[in-house]
Design a protein around this ligand. Structure first.
Ligand code: NDP
Length: 445
């Protein structure tokens, strides 16, 4: 593998030289195994430990098909979908791979007794398949995880609506936490030139999801001056959401759960922050909702906003917060939801929704255009990576455990091909002009 990387990263190497450098016989990959999907049977979610189910195995190199690209991830990043895969919730992801296999020979390649995880990467291209013309071996790329053909008409306006749309590394095999990974050519985007590998690897999934939720007309359609409630504002989604709101002229009302996280946001210039733990909100009394607490929360928000209510809620905790989210939204406002971390059977008082003409909008990852627009904001230096810690590939299960137990902040990077942190910067002068902003998220360590 090291010979291939040496050639692929050499500024002198031609695409032809890289293409003719032999691939290794096998590769390292972070996997869950099909014969272990029952290992946590009968346990509560909180007792299911990714450190038992995620393994670094030696596996074969995936075969390349038309319009596909073989990349060597230099770094990847943890996403919550790797937590879901590793605790086999809500379903083992092997079911997705079997369904993919029923679509034909190319899909059948993904149906294996192991699932290589990872839906983010910053990588170098090492092979291009038939039909790929825009990319060549040696290109340095970031990867977005929207895996779709768009053969059918449904997704032609918005590829996320395609009936066969999948998330790479979650609903497909051959994710980014491996020495080599297989992606569709249309998943590739140019790597922002001022970033190192691990910073660039933490952008794709959560930044583009947040961009669609807030900025895109497909979901939030945020305007200047909009007041946006952001749950988990120092998490993977929320850390980008807070920046997107501030960058777009909105007013972020951020919710976090520790004084350190409040301090981090303050140090980034965001002072409208609620510490949900310190303020002790109890939106549920056992199995019953607690509307008095929704009201207390709403009053707290109004202290920041001069009495105005929320224009857009950035929702993902789900069951724990959804009733409060619907309540605190202004008349005509939007609750944009992309997840249900704390439980997917949501409960809210519908009177507050219909009488006040509020909308609940479902949002999921991002179409190509949204992913590219979000990536461009990073390249322009308007939005910055939110990386707080970087793990070796061998330690990826520790990173997944930290995420599962909400012990992390921002994004957790994973070094794959890179031999140390800080490698891969292409434009040091540009980086120097943005160094303070890039250091911002490192304040919390
Ligand atoms: P993170 O764990 O990085 O961040 C989530 C944040 O949510 C935490 O930092 C925590 O912040 C907050 N949180 C967790 N539980 C609760 C709770 N009960 N009440 C209030 N806040 C809570 O995860 P991500 O941001 O990466 O992902 C969040 C969810 O979104 C996951 O379920 C993930 O699977 C999903 N997701 C969906 C996508 C899609 O396209 N549909 C894309 C990306 C993610 P704090 O404790 O500080 O309040």
């Amino acid at each position: 593998m090291s010979t291939l990387l040496d050639v692929a990263l050499s500024p002198e190497a031609t695409p032809e030289a890289i293409e003719s450098t032999p691939l290794p016989q096998s590769m390292r990959a972070a996997v869950v195994r099909a014969d272990e999907v029952e290992m946590f049977a009968g346990l509560d979610s909180s007792e299911k430990d990714p450190r038992k189910s995620l393994h670094i195995d030696e596996v074969p190199i995936p075969p390349l098909g038309p319009n596909e690209v073989l990349i060597a991830p230099m770094a990847s990043a943890l996403n919550f979908n790797t937590v879901w895969t590793s605790i086999f919730e809500p379903l083992p992801t092997f079911g997705f791979l079997k369904r993919f296999a029923r679509e034909g020979a190319l899909g059948a390649r993904h149906d294996l007794p192991y699932h290589i995880v990872g839906s983010d990467a910053a990588a170098v291209v090492v092979r291009v398949g038939p039909g790929v013309t825009r990319w060549k071996a040696g290109d340095r790329v970031t990867v977005h995880c929207n895996y779709v053909d768009m053969e059918g008409p449904e997704g032609h306006d918005d590829s996320m609506i395609d009936t066969r749309q999948r998330i790479w590394g979650f609903e497909t095999n051959f994710g980014g936490m491996a020495d080599l990974s297989m992606v569709k050519a249309n998943q590739l985007m140019p790597m922002p030139t001022h970033l190192n590998w691990e910073e660039a690897a933490c952008l794709g999934l959560t930044l583009a999801t947040s961009y669609r939720m807030l900025v895109s007309p497909n979901a939030g359609g945020m305007k200047q001056g909009d007041i946006v409630l952001i749950w988990g504002a120092t998490g993977g989604l929320g850390g980008f959401a807070a920046q997107l709101v501030a960058n777009g002229g909105g007013i972020p009302i951020c919710v976090v759960s520790s004084p350190e996280k409040v301090q981090l946001l303050n140090s980034l210039g965001i002072h409208t922050v609620i510490d949900r733990k310190a303020e002790g909100y109890q939106f549920w009394n056992g199995e019953e909702q607690n509307p008095k607490e929704w009201k207390r929360f709403g009053s707290r928000i109004r202290e920041f906003t001069g009495g105005r209510d929320i224009d857009i809620v950035f929702e993902h905790p789900g069951r724990a917060t959804f009733g409060a989210s619907v309540f605190v939204t202004r008349k005509g406002g939007k609750i944009v939801t992309c997840a249900s971390t704390s439980g997917y059977n949501h409960d809210y008082d519908n009177r507050y929704l219909w009488m006040n003409l509020k909308s609940i909008i479902g949002s999921h990852f991002a179409n190509y255009k949204e992913a590219w627009e979000a990536n461009r904001l990073v390249d322009l230096g308007m939005i910055h990576p939110i990386l707080t810690e970087t793990f070796a590939l061998d330690d990826v299960a520790d990173a997944a455990y930290a995420m599962h137990t909400n012990a992390h902040t921002g994004k957790l990077g994973v070094l794959v091909g890179a031999t140390a942190e800080g490698q891969g910067v292409q434009d040091a002068a540009k980086r120097a002009t943005l160094q303070d902003e890039l250091d911002g998220w490192k304040n919390l360590q």
